[in-house]
Structures are given as structure tokens and as C-alpha cells.
Design a protein around this ligand. Structure first.
Ligand SMILES: [Zn+2]
Length: 309
């Protein structure tokens, strides 16, 4: 047995023991314990370490509010984003989509998977968005699309940078083509942000996949990632079956994407706030010579100059 299988077997045995002790999902969620590489770990200990395992450095999934707190996003205010009609396709499989939405809202206390907020990061006015994986796997439907567009528009109207922490499995299948249309809409929204010369920073969190990776989440001026995050379009098995080649062990990890130029920097959670604050101060100082608030006039002027010549 090689070390990968040994490690996998150990993980499965830890999970089995925890599941035995707390047989139902709600019992596991309300227990004081969770699991990582070395076995059970107290949720309070994990929280103290910013939800990062002190042994293996695994960056566990966190909610948007925990994220905002950790990066030092001070006195933020959550913006009310538009909520389109629920369940436009009247979707039912093993459960109705309406019930899934109801459960997700109750569990997360959010209207949709994406949260948009305004506030200050290291003294700089910013608009920040984050996805909650606990809301139907962070998948993206019409409401999430509207939330992202709203966030971008807010950033444009208030001349702030836009920072986003994506995660999720992709476009939400219960909304089928409506969810897919969100890929184009969010891409167009980011283009508008760029036309206004406003910085757009993305930090991948685990896992970011499917249509989320293939649209707004891959368009940052700087692409950060937390260590070890899974970042993919199609799943590993699908890719392997298509290319018919053995894929490297670290395929679709943040570290693999860094080597291949899809990620610019991998930053530990504890350093993310400082890192983003520093880069924003550089980007905005550069822009301050032109004065961000006068950018519209500047670009109008350059268009007129081009037209005249
Ligand atoms: Zn661990």
C-alpha cells in the first residue's frame, strides 16, 4: 500500500468513527468536534486558528461573515441584493428546489449563496463579495448572478475596487439554462468594472469549479488562492477519461494552477487581509495620479481624441 492509500484509509477511518459517534448530519453539525488529518479536532480550536488545521494547514471552508472578519473588513454593511422569482422551472427531483432553497436559507441565514458587502479594508473603501458553500454547494443561479452584478454596479457607482472570494460547484442545475446565462452576464459585468479602471481581485477558495471558474471568477486583475484549494472546470475523472493520460497528483490544486499561470499568488488565510490591502494601496496610488474619480472624464477625452485623429 503506498502512502496515498494509507492516508486515504486513515481519513476514511476517522470519518467512520465520527459518523458512528454522531450518526445524523444535524448531530455532527451541532457537535463540538470535527475531523481533520490527525483525527477529531475541537471546532473551537479550529476557529482559534482561523479554521486552518494546525497540523496539515488545510484551510477549512468558512462562511462569508467569517471570511469578512478574518480579512479585517471593518464595519462592513451587507447590501441587499435583488432576489428573482424562486424556482422558475418548477424543478423537482428527489426533493423540490423550493424546499432546497428553504432549507439553505434557514441553514445559512442568507437569501442566496452570494453575499455582497461594503466597508473598509485597511482603510480603503471596497466592495467585497463571497460565496457560502453551505448554500446548495455554493452553486450559482439567477439570484447569485444578480448579486454579483449588483456588487459590480455598486463598486462602479462608488468608485471602489471589487474583491471576490468564490467557491462552489458551478452553475445550479435546478435552474438549468437560466443559471448558465449567468456566466455571460457576470462576465459582462466584470468587463464594465474594467472599463471603469477599477481593480478586481479574486481569491479562490476550496472548491471553485464549473461555470464559476469559467466566468467571473477567472477574470481578476490578480488571482489569489488559499493553499490547497481545488480549482477546476470539469472533474478530474472526466478530464482523465477525455485526455486518456495519467494526471499529476496535484492536478487542479491551487499549487498546480500557480505553476501553470492561472493563479498569481497563493496566500495563507491569516495573511490575506494584509496582502490585499497592500496591493490595493499600490494599485490605487498608481491610479491616484489620474484620480480615479476623474477616470470617466479621462476616458471620454481619450475617445474624443481618438475620434478626432
Ligand atoms: Zn489537518
Amino acid at each position: 500500500m503506498n502512502w496515498i492509500n494509507k492516508f486515504k484509509k486513515l481519513g476514511e477511518s476517522i470519518k467512520r468513527n465520527i459518523n458512528k459517534k454522531f450518526p445524523t448530519k444535524s448531530e455532527r453539525e451541532s457537535s463540538a468536534w470535527t475531523s481533520c488529518c490527525k483525527g477529531p479536532i475541537l471546532k473551537t480550536d479550529l476557529k482559534e486558528n482561523l479554521f486552518v488545521c494546525p497540523q496539515c494547514n488545510k484551510h477549512h471552508r468558512i462562511s462569508p461573515s467569517q471570511r469578512f472578519e478574518i480579512i479585517g473588513f471593518s464595519n462592513y454593511e451587507i447590501l441587499k441584493t435583488p432576489i428573482p422569482k424562486d424556482d422558475p422551472l418548477d424543478w423537482v427531483d428527489t426533493k423540490s428546489y423550493k424546499d432546497r432553497l428553504k432549507d439553505a436559507r434557514k441553514k445559512t441565514n442568507q437569501d442566496c449563496a452570494v453575499v455582497i458587502a461594503k466597508g473598509k479594508l485597511k482603510g480603503i473603501d471596497v466592495t467585497v463579495g463571497a460565496t457560502n458553500f453551505e448554500f446548495i454547494g455554493g452553486s450559482s443561479g439567477a439570484a447569485e448572478t444578480e448579486a454579483i452584478i449588483y456588487g459590480v454596479q455598486y463598486a462602479i457607482d462608488n468608485k471602489t475596487p471589487f474583491i471576490f472570494f468564490p467557491c462552489g460547484g458551478g452553475q445550479r442545475m435546478f435552474e438549468s439554462p437560466i443559471a448558465l446565462a449567468g456566466m455571460t452576464k457576470t462576465t459582462l459585468a466584470i468587463n464594465e468594472l474594467k472599463k471603469n479602471n477599477l481593480p478586481y481581485l479574486v481569491c479562490f477558495t476550496d472548491p471553485t469549479a464549473g461555470g464559476i471558474t469559467a466566468s467571473f471568477a477567472m477574470l481578476g486583475d490578480i488571482q489569489y488562492s488559499e493553499p490547497g484549494a481545488l480549482i477546476a472546470f470539469a472533474g478530474r475523472r472526466v478530464v482523465q477519461a477525455t485526455v486518456k493520460e495519467e494526471l499529476p497528483l496535484d492536478f487542479q490544486t491551487a499549487e498546480f494552477l500557480l505553476k501553470h499561470g492561472f493563479v498569481d499568488r497563493i496566500v495563507e488565510r491569516k495573511n490575506l487581509g494584509d496582502e490585499i490591502g497592500k496591493i490595493l494601496s499600490i494599485l490605487l496610488n498608481k491610479n491616484s495620479e489620474l484620480d480615479l474619480k476623474n477616470n470617466e472624464q479621462t476616458s471620454e477625452l481619450s475617445i474624443k481624441t481618438r475620434e478626432a485623429s
